[in-house]
Design a protein around this ligand. Sequence first.
Ligand SMILES: [Zn+2]
Length: 107
Amino acid sequence: MSGIEIQSCPACAKTWYLPRQLCPGCGHAGPETRPASGQGTVWSVTRVERAPDETFRAIAPYLIALVDLAEGPRVMAHLTAPAPIGAQVTGEVRDIAGRALPVFSPR
Ligand SMILES: [Zn+2]
């Protein structure tokens, strides 16, 4: 299990990543939360040289990717090794600089 969770709307079937109280598509209350497979495809990658705060400065430089999950939603995540756009990656939630964040690795 990846520890990555997504939400979906029982009314309109839209899926998304960051938890919300209401569906961003139709406003329906009561979205359903379910585990994601952790399988995804790289949409973009950037190497962060200037981290946003002291905690992340300690681990810079690091890679941040936008990953399209197999279930649909796009996730911003750490990437353990360089991967080209379109690469297949596998991810899970890990502790990064004291925070529980999604981390992906090339398959
Ligand atoms: Zn909806």
